[in-house]
Ligand binder design. Structure first.
Ligand SMILES: Cc1cc2nc3c(=O)[nH]c(=O)nc-3n(C[C@H](O)[C@H](O)[C@H](O)COP(=O)(O)OP(=O)(O)OC[C@H]3O[C@@H](n4cnc5c(N)ncnc54)[C@H](O)[C@@H]3O)c2cc1C
Length: 385
């Protein structure tokens, strides 16, 4: 059997690894980037920590999996009748196809946002943001407000980390009189609207205690070269980071005559996570409950690999059951919050629990021996700006 897996992220890699372990035949992993991006630590890499905790080459992950061939290419369309995946550079015949293409950033049409805001979704985003901070340090311009837009988990993590990073830069480079301030802006009435009220309240207080200014119930209206407009008022700044707004990978919208999409653009998949005969869609791209986080992508990938293996043995497929997963949010370098089924840990224990969740995540992709140095890279500072 030839299984083609598309996407070198959480879902795609896990699916290819599980298929390889089950000896289902030939596996081809196609991804448009040569590396895996560990999104959960990008906030930290963007604020001065090592790239090693966020970027792992695909060659390293698949070094001991000779049945997996890794190809760098970009999927463009699909001929489901001929079981042919059409990519930019080549075409690939498959018996089973697994698509785990992830999501992309959307700016909800806010004027100036896509052109001027920084982001931390891709490696390029992170590099651009770091270069910007580097320039600010050189020009000793750290005396101003830095806006983080969107108080979901990523916005909260970044705001706290950026606050600590700016303080450390001001101290290290002895920038006299600099009083930078991070402002976290959220349109909803509370931060972390998808988490419990306890999470919002505790994390809000902690952010304020650390010196982050939190503004809720305020909509950002536009972003200009010299300022951000919030509810009609202009605030001078040259740094706004957009962490809000996710949309499905545009591959599915471009192929909407083949796939059945929800009104928000996510792919309908059946109980076996199949969107079409022999085509599975997993991870952020499907409309399955709890999708949109890394662990559900792992679970869906493992399930699909098991079912493909069962089919190869002449057995029938089993249904996928979705479960909620813990959510962990670091707020600075020593404080964290982890919540699952109404039970939470906050403070130092919350931070440690979140750190162990990261180690668990790495160990799903590489052996524990390789995962530990990647995990510990969190304590390595990148080259000074
Ligand atoms: C900044 C940030 C922080 C996050 N923090 C957390 C967290 O703390 N905890 C958590 O559980 N989740 C977190 N998430 C969400 C989590 O990263 C996603 O849910 C997870 O990545 C989904 O896995 P996936 O396989 O669907 O997509 P991804 O991991 O994004 O993988 C998609 C892959 O497909 C490739 N690709 C895309 N289009 C094509 C194409 N046309 N052809 C070929 N290859 C293509 C991409 O390059 C990428 O390698 C975070 C997300 C972001 C952006």
């Amino acid at each position: 059997m030839h299984v083609v897996v598309v996407g070198g992220g959480f879902g795609g890699i896990k699916a290819a690894l599980e298929l390889s372990r089950r000896n289902v035949g030939k596996i081809t992993l196609i991804s448009d980037e040569p590396h895996f991006l560990h999104h959960a630590t990008l906030y930290s890499t963007a604020t001065g920590k090592s790239y090693a905790e966020s970027v792992i080459p695909l060659a390293t992950i698949f070094a001991r999996h000779p049945s997996v061939q890794v190809i760098q290419d970009r999927a463009v369309s699909l001929d489901e009748h001929r079981r042919l995946l059409i990519c930019k550079k080549g075409q690939y015949k498959y018996d089973k196809l697994v698509l785990s293409l992830g999501s992309v950033t959307t700016f909800f049409g806010i004027p100036g946002m896509s052109q001027r805001a920084f982001g931390i979704k891709t490696l390029n985003d992170v590099k651009e943001f770091q270069n910007h901070i580097h320039d600010e340090v050189i020009e000793k311009k750290l005396d101003k407000e830095y806006f983080v837009i969107g108080a979901g988990p990523t916005g909260v993590e970044l705001a706290a980390s950026l606050n600590e990073y700016l303080k450390s830069l001001i101290h290290t480079y002895r920038i006299k009189g600099a009083r930078s301030r991070v402002v976290l802006v959220e349109a909803a009435p509370r931060i972390l609207p998808s988490l419990s009220k306890t999470a919002s309240t505790k994390i809000h207080k902690q952010l304020q205690k650390q010196g982050v200014r939190v503004v809720v119930n305020h909509k950002v209206e536009s972003l200009k070269d010299d300022g951000i407009i919030i509810e009609g008022k202009k605030h001078p700044t040259t740094t706004a980071v957009w962490t809000s707004g996710m949309a499905n990978n545009p591959f599915f919208e471009k192929n909407k005559d083949i796939f059945q999409l929800t009104p928000t653009g996510y792919v309908h998949a059946n109980d076996h996570l199949e969107a079409l005969p022999n085509v599975y869609v997993i991870g952020d791209s499907n409309s399955v409950k709890h999708s949109g986080m890394a662990w559900p992508a792992f679970k869906q990938a493992t399930h699909v690999a098991k079912q493909i293996s069962r089919l190869a043995q002449g057995k029938h497929q089993r249904r996928f059951h979705s479960h909620s997963v813990p959510c962990g949010i670091p707020v600075g370098e020593t404080w964290g919050y982890v919540e699952w089924h109404g039970v939470y840990l906050a403070g130092r224990t919350g931070f440690l629990a979140r750190r162990y969740m990261e180690l668990y995540g790495y160990s799903q992709l590489v052996s524990l021996r390789k995962a530990i140095p990647v995990w510990r890279a969190h304590y390595i500072l990148e080259v000074d700006p």
